[in-house]
Design a protein around this ligand. Structure first.
Ligand SMILES: Cc1cc2nc3c(=O)[nH]c(=O)nc-3n(C[C@H](O)[C@H](O)[C@H](O)COP(=O)(O)O)c2cc1C
Ligand code: SF4
Ligand code: SF4
Length: 271
């Protein structure tokens, strides 16, 4: 089958997922790519129904072994008339656990047929200069692998007459999906000596939890601890601190320091 278009759909507070998906799309060679980035509040709810020859390229970061709840809510409007789906979980060098299973179930519920999946690594949301975790990733090698994966998807689909001729890939994780942990109600703090009240962090917040007054202020009840505002402040004025985040950073430093590589999972041909 030939693809008519790619519908690139992502949630990506710190941009790692978006970068990987763009390279996968580029690797397919399909010219028509439409994008639905649901990271910010007020993003459109969907594209309208995709056709059988429109590929849904769906990606999200891994939060505690799952897809962030807010991303699942914002993906809920996706619909397809039996088109193929490629699922991508981007993680901070610890583990993806059930995230690909969760994306796959969502794609099926939207009417798609999952034909491929992948895990890629991006800099961890809680990486810092002093405590780097997957810093600088996705790097050139990751992005080349993403383009190669795009080429592989294209070849596999061209080799099948219909998407139903393909057997869904075996994806890692459990379809039962682990419980989401309860995070403490907290948010980044602003250093009043550094904050210029420029408002950039407010524009980046996926949950609309920042208000800029004399300095940026956070509504902790809405914060998902994504670190978009921390990484996006050009003045280094925002930081995630405190025992909860310190413990995670310490654990990651001890257990997630060794470089992991992307993994891909492809549909096979039915005989
Ligand atoms: C609340 C939270 C939970 C996370 N849980 C995991 C995890 O379970 N495994 C992992 O490897 N990385 C985890 N990460 C790191 C992100 O998956 C990683 O930083 C990813 O690159 C973020 O994607 P983005 O750049 O598209 O926003 C977590 C990050 C946050 C903010
Ligand atoms: S981006 Fe930084 S400097 Fe600008 S308002 Fe936010 S915290 Fe202040
Ligand atoms: S305030 Fe919280 S939800 Fe908003 S960008 Fe910062 S860390 Fe993310």
């Amino acid at each position: 089958m030939n693809l008519r278009s790619i519908r690139l759909v992502c949630f990506s507070p710190t941009g790692g997922t978006r970068r990987v998906l763009e390279q996968i799309a580029a690797g397919t060679g399909v010219e028509r790519v439409t994008r639905l980035d649901v990271t910010l509040p007020g993003a459109p709810a969907g594209f309208g129904e995709a056709g059988g020859d429109d590929l849904l390229l769906l990606g999200a970061p891994v939060y505690a072994g799952r897809v962030p709840e807010i991303a699942m809510e914002r993906f809920a409007g996706l619909r397809s008339r039996g088109g193929p789906a490629v699922l991508v979980a981007v993680y901070g060098n610890r583990a993806i656990e059930d995230a690909l299973q969760e994306l796959s179930a969502l794609a099926r519920a939207a009417g798609c047929v999952p034909v491929a999946g992948a895990s890629f690594i991006a800099e961890h949301s809680y990486s810092t200069g002093k405590g780097p975790i997957a810093a600088g990733r996705p790097d050139d090698k990751d992005l080349e692998r993403a383009r190669e994966f795009g080429r592989e998807i294209s070849l596999r689909l061209r080799g099948a007459e219909r998407v139903r001729d393909l057997r869904e890939p075996d994806l890692p994780g459990s379809p039962e999906l682990r419980e989401r942990p309860v995070f403490p109600v907290m948010g980044p703090v602003t250093d009043p000596d550094r904050c210029t009240a420029c408002g950039a962090c407010e524009q980046l917040c996926p949950t609309g939890s920042i208000t800029t007054r004399a300095i940026s202020e956070t509504d902790e009840a809405g914060c998902i601890l994504c670190a978009a505002c921390v990484k996006g402040c050009a003045f280094g004025a925002r930081a995630l601190k405190g025992p909860f985040i310190s413990k995670i950073r310490e654990w990651l430093g001890e257990n997630a320091a060794e470089r992991r590589e992307p993994e891909t999972f492809m549909a096979s041909r039915r005989r």
